[in-house]
Design a protein around this ligand. Structure first.
Ligand code: FES
Ligand code: FES
Length: 161
């Protein structure tokens, strides 16, 4: 089947999509967007999180056909949305600077989820950060550096407004 989908602001057409294909597969294997990671493929880890019509979703649980004519924003799209193509979003920058990235497998999903949190709640408490990121698993960092990254990003975004 053919799937038309808006990805990071561009309308894309993908042909020969099979019925059981996930949005995650579509993004990674057909569109050359490997940022969203495939760790569990069961909706358990959050590493595949993308915005779907502005709401974070596990792309491994969304059938590619369900994304037809909808808007998808991936971790790659956060960077380009700030202006020039190689300029990171403040959340991405904070993850790099605070040491919140180790193996990096969880990072794209955490960044999308943290980005959404700060958009909705510019000054989140630690409890609110933990709750927002509860569905995103990290096996490397112990989460403290991730909390640091979200705090830093929220402060910077607030200062820039
Ligand atoms: S790969 Fe989708 S939730 Fe783990
Ligand atoms: S940095 Fe390795 S799983 Fe989080």
């Amino acid at each position: 089947m053919r799937v038309n989908v808006h990805v990071n602001g561009v309308r894309e057409t993908v042909d020969d999509v099979w019925e059981g294909e996930s949005l995650l597969y579509l993004l990674r294997e057909r569109m050359g967007l490997p940022g969203s990671k495939n760790a569990c493929e069961q909706g358990e880890c959050g590493s595949c999180t993308v915005y779907l019509d502005g709401v974070p979703a596990c792309s491994c649980l969304v059938a590619a056909g369900q994304a037809r004519e909808r808007s998808v924003r991936t971790v790659e799209g956060l960077a380009t949305a700030t202006g020039t193509a190689d300029r990171l979003d403040p959340v991405q920058q904070a993850f790099v600077e605070t040491g919140a990235v180790q193996c990096g497998f969880c990072t794209p999903g955490l960044i999308v989820q943290a980005h959404d949190l700060i958009e909705r709640n510019p000054e989140p408490t630690d409890a609110e950060i933990r709750e927002a990121l509860a569905g995103n698993l990290c096996r490397c960092t112990g989460y403290e550096k991730i909390l640091d990254a979200v705090r830093v990003a929220a402060r910077r975004k607030a200062a820039a407004q």
